[in-house]
Design a protein around this ligand. Structure first.
Ligand code: WT7
Length: 636
């Protein structure tokens, strides 16, 4: 059956589109790409595979993603609201940009970047709170062909410096301070500290937000808003090659320092646009709100690019769910008559734990579709979301994907395919998941359990780790050669629907944030009294997973957990940021190790989860006696 439109409208269509994308991917994606505007057409839809890792999509084509997000809509939707910005302070007026205004604003910002000497290919680092200029700045980079790298405003100076150094950014764009609920974050002074160890940055732009006291370094630092105000709004989009880098985004893995995943222009655009259209099924006058921060991939693909590529209205929120009270999300839903609401399970669980009247006193009748992202959603949270927020009339899309995948991979399609509690369900067209066992053998048939891999390239996948293609290959394609390994475990039910069970590697998912255990251990080990540490995740009611740190102290150091914890917290705040602080610290005299010296994390995970009935075989340990001691220390 030929596909005439890329919008999937029925479940049968979903299956036929998936089949077509599987059998003739080049035809399928050529058709999907026709929805976008190209400067030059492609000569080849796709080349490269998971063995050569020279993956290219739409080679030969030229384009600019902002021409697709902005210019393309001017004629048909020029006066339609593109972005609604809602302040941290509920009493501050929201800011609305029509497509025309957003276009002009992005052009002005682009000219500011050019005036500062930023050219195609240069890296620009953003370290901001959720101010409108984070969104317009990212688009301004894309417009002139500069590569944006957004660093979440909760990371420390040292973490920021590491990222600036890794991508050799020429510019940093920050705020004086960021508002976050009742707190402010000193973004500029953190930037100043980071820049002491970065020599590639020639210019810093500061978006003044709180008016807090900061210092400007002569010749390097400039106040952003006055520059934007006086810049020209004429800036034609730069002609980019399909595989030119669009952005770098750092994320944690099981080993080593964070990886700068690099996404390229054409494939990412098609994937962000196509997935947004089909997953959320928006209509022209709908209003969409994704509560993420642009510092994470969700904010790139589903606050910024996806909605704008589709000419939708997207809401951007500066604050947090619990300020001024835990009804804030629902205030905003009613205020803007949100139709499509996309948030994380951790937020749902946190709000579920608050006074139910904070939800029930709101109307919420504008809502049509609810989304979940970032971590597995437990059935209880799913049911609460469905009944209390969706009033049992809004389909829930549980969207599984990763920084590496660029966009949504496994999900139901709102109102088209069925929502199943706690199940991401079906792979999107172009997504070819397989489950493999420990030996790398594909587990056939349904139902099945295994490690989740992808068999074929898709347009939105990250092409490399910035500056380290070898690490890209080793991290994702060497565990199961010829396949992309996601790091997640999954179960496929009798109907072929996927349920993601969580990470099977040494990555912890805390409140939807990915934290590498090795990174936390490295930070803890910096403490002069610490000999060695082991960090694992454990089930946490609100955060999904909490961080549990086992710490061996130097002989003679008699610190209790109460004494040690604040010191380690301070250290982790400094090296990574507050999001990586352990929930539980346990001083121990040793760690369970195999004869080859490897820490048996399986045992530590079980103790952390208070699941010590069946610890499995510990007789092969070098030091089996340590297990009882740790159990006692943990109060078990
Ligand atoms: C990891 C990716 C996806 C953007 C935000 C996080 C977990 C994500 C789901 C979901 C179960 C999920 C996985 C994945 N995850 N979405 N719907 N159900 N798990 O991006 O920081 O790159 O983290 O988040 O473990 O591997 P990320």
């Amino acid at each position: 059956m030929p596909i005439t439109s890329t919008r999937i409208k029925t479940k049968d269509e979903y299956f036929s589109h998936w089949q077509k994308a599987h059998e003739v991917p080049q035809d399928f994606w050529a058709k999907a790409a026709e929805n976008f505007q190209w400067m030059k057409p492609w000569s080849k839809v796709q080349s490269g595979d998971f063995n050569d890792l020279e993956i290219k999509w739409f080679e030969g084509a030229t384009l600019n993603i902002t021409a697709n997000c902005l210019d393309r809509h001017l004629e048909t939707r020029g006066n339609k609201t593109a972005v609604i910005w809602e302040s941290n302070d509920p009493n501050e007026a929201p800011i609305k940009y029509t497509y025309k205004e957003l276009h002009a604003e992005v052009c002005r910002f682009s000219n500011v970047l050019k005036d500062q000497g930023i050219k195609k290919g240069d890296r620009v680092c953003f370290y901001m709170s959720m101010v409108p200029e984070l969104l317009t700045g990212v688009l301004a980079c894309a417009r002139i062909g500069a590569v944006h790298s957004v660093v979440f405003g909760g990371f420390s100076a040292q973490a920021l410096a590491g990222r600036i150094q890794d991508c050799q950014a020429k510019m940093v764009i920050t705020c004086d301070e960021g508002f976050r609920g009742a707190k402010t974050i000193p973004l500029k002074s953190i930037t100043d500290e980071a820049l002491e160890s970065c020599d590639t940055v020639i210019s810093v732009l500061v978006r003044e937000r709180t008016g807090g006291k900061i210092t400007y370094k002569e010749g390097r630092d400039h106040s952003l808003l006055p520059l934007i105000k006086k810049a020209s709004n004429d800036c034609p989009p730069e002609e980019m090659q399909a595989e030119d880098p669009l952005f770098i985004l750092y994320t944690s893995g099981s080993t080593g320092k964070p990886k700068g995943l690099m996404h390229t222009t054409a494939g990412y655009m098609v994937w962000a646009g196509y997935t947004f259209e089909n997953v959320f099924q928006m209509e022209e006058n709908d209003t969409y709100w994704c509560t993420a921060d642009i510092g994470w991939i969700t904010g790139h693909s589903y606050i910024t690019y996806g909605p704008l590529l589709n000419g939708s209205t997207t809401v951007m929120f500066e604050g947090i769910p619990t300020y001024p009270d835990a009804g804030r999300f629902w205030d905003i839903v009613d205020k803007f008559q949100i139709t499509h609401f996309y948030t994380a399970p951790t937020a749902i669980r946190a709000l579920q734990a608050c006074d139910i009247n904070l939800v029930r006193k709101h109307d919420l009748s504008s809502l049509k579709v609810l989304g979940s992202v970032g971590e597995p959603i437990n059935e209880e949270a799913w049911e609460w979301y469905n009944t209390e927020v969706g009033k049992e009339r809004c389909p829930i899309v549980d969207t599984w994907w990763q920084t590496e995948t660029g966009g949504i991979m496994i999900t139901s399609l709102a109102g088209v395919t069925e929502s199943v509690p706690a199940h991401a369900t079906y792979p999107l067209p172009g997504v070819n998941p397989v489950l493999v066992d420990g030996e790398g053998k594909v587990v056939e048939g349904n139902p099945a359990d295994g490690n989740l891999c992808m068999e074929l390239p898709w347009p939105g996948m990250a092409r490399t780790i910035w500056g380290d293609h070898k690490r890209y290959k080793e991290t994702y394609f060497s565990t199961y050669p010829g396949k992309y390994f996601t790091g997640d475990g999954a179960r496929r039910d009798a109907q072929g629907r996927y349920r993601i069970t969580g990470r099977v590697d040494d990555v912890i998912n805390v409140s939807g944030h990915r934290i590498g255990t090795a990174e936390v251990e490295d930070a803890i080990n910096e403490h002069p009294a610490v000999v060695e540490s082991a960090v694992v995740g454990y089930p946490h009611d609100i955060k999904g997973q909490g961080i549990y740190a086992y710490v061996i102290l130097q002989p003679g150091q008699e610190m209790t957990a109460e004494e040690l914890t604040p010191q380690l917290n301070e250290l982790i705040n400094k090296i990574i940021g507050p999001i990586a602080k352990p929930d539980i610290v346990l001083p121990v005299s040793g760690l369970p190790k195999t004869r080859s010296g490897k820490i048996m994390r399986r045992i530590l995970r079980k103790i952390a989860a208070k699941d010590v009935e069946n610890l499995g075989d510990i007789s092969t340990l070098l030091n089996p006696e340590i297990v009882d001691e740790i159990k006692n220390g943990a109060g078990l």
